[in-house]
Design a protein around this ligand. Structure first.
Ligand code: GLY
Length: 334
């Protein structure tokens, strides 16, 4: 098949890579590859850390995609940081939130290790004011910018301005064209990248006086990503003083050595959210138009699964019901 993919973020490029592997003729259209949400993403592969009430189906999809990551990363030659994730709470209310999250994991059948403060500090001596938490052994991370660079290498000169195709896959993140734009709600996230000589050993996800933040170290690098605000708004794509202050204030309580880190980048991007927080992957009411969109908070994690689902759909017509875009009416449908 001749397939045109609109969007060269991590999702569009993963779809391109999968289709090329399967022998299809692929072109990718994007004036600025890798510059959307993939550019801001911390790269957590974190089904357990992201699990929440009412999102059981999403957790199931995230776990399926996590299982694809070892082969996917090996194919791309990108390392996966496999030291797991600490989920911590700063005060008693935060520990209650952690406990709620652990109840969600119990219902999903995901295992974890509950840890008291002393045990948390034994795992991560750099932790500051934490009252309790848990170890999520299977929640890993990758560097999304390295993933995008590796995918662009593999897709090579197939990134073009436009082309003729049998099938168009729309993977333009938060900017879906009409009539699909109404299916996406932008959820703003500010992210801070720092350099430090005292990085944490593993990802720390924290509830800090009601704020949710994460601190994600890189393998063999002094870069640490501190994220992320979650704001249901759009407007100019500029980090706000308030957003960055809240992130840094919470992060330095959880990992006090971050006070000595150098700030190297502050980024703001919109997550492509949907009305039910599940992605939009599969056919539309337009023949030959397929969506690979709406990955919301899990674009990096879900990329290999979305790639498989899109390629399977193009080849066999199969559709995963939970993510079928036709579950929503488009505005133009009336
Ligand atoms: N996956 C983390 C975030 O969206 O902030």
């Amino acid at each position: 098949m001749r397939v045109r993919i609109l969007g060269a973020g991590i999702v569009g490029l993963s779809v391109a890579d999968e289709l090329i592997r399967r022998g299809h003729e692929v072109t990718v259209v994007d004036p600025a590859p890798g510059s959307g949400a993939s550019y801001a993403a911390a790269g957590m592969l974190s089904p357990a850390g992201e699990a929440w009430y009412g999102e059981e189906e999403l957790t199931r999809l995230c776990l399926s995609s996590l299982a694809l990551w070892p082969d996917f990363a090996a194919r791309l030659g990108v390392p996966v940081h496999t030291r797991g994730t600490l989920l911590v709470g700063v005060d008693a209310g935060d520990v209650q939130q952690v406990e709620r999250q652990l109840s969600v994991l119990d219902l999903a059948g995901v295992s974890y290790e509950r840890l008291v403060r002393r045990e948390l500090l034994a795992r991560e001596p750099g932790l500051g004011r934490v009252a309790g938490g848990a170890f999520l052994a299977e929640d890993h991370s990758v560097d999304p910018r390295a993933v995008v660079a590796a995918l662009l290498d593999r897709v090579g000169d197939r990134v073009e301005t436009d082309t003729v195709a049998d099938v168009t896959v729309i993977a333009t993140g938060v900017n879906l064209p009409a009539p699909y734009s109404s299916l996406i709600r932008p959820v703003r996230g500010d992210v801070v990248r720092v350099r430090t000589q005292e990085p944490v050993e593993r990802t720390v996800r924290a509830w800090a006086h009601g704020e949710q933040i994460y601190v994600v170290p890189r393998i063999d690098s002094d870069e640490v990503v501190i994220g992320a605000t979650t704001e249901e708004r759009d407007g100019p794509l500029q980090p706000t003083v308030e957003g960055v202050w809240r992130l840094l204030d919470s992060a330095r309580r959880v990992v006090p050595a971050l006070d000595r880190a150098s700030v190297v980048e502050v980024t703001s991007r919109d997550r492509p959210g949907t009305a039910d927080n599940l992605p939009l992957v599969g056919p539309t009411h337009e023949p030959g138009v397929v969506l690979a969109a709406g990955a919301y908070r899990n674009g990096v994690l879900l990329a290999p699964l979305i790639a498989q689902l899109v390629a399977d759909h193009i080849e066999t017509g199969s559709v995963e019901p939970a993510v079928d875009p036709r579950r929503f009416r488009m505005k133009e449908d009336g």
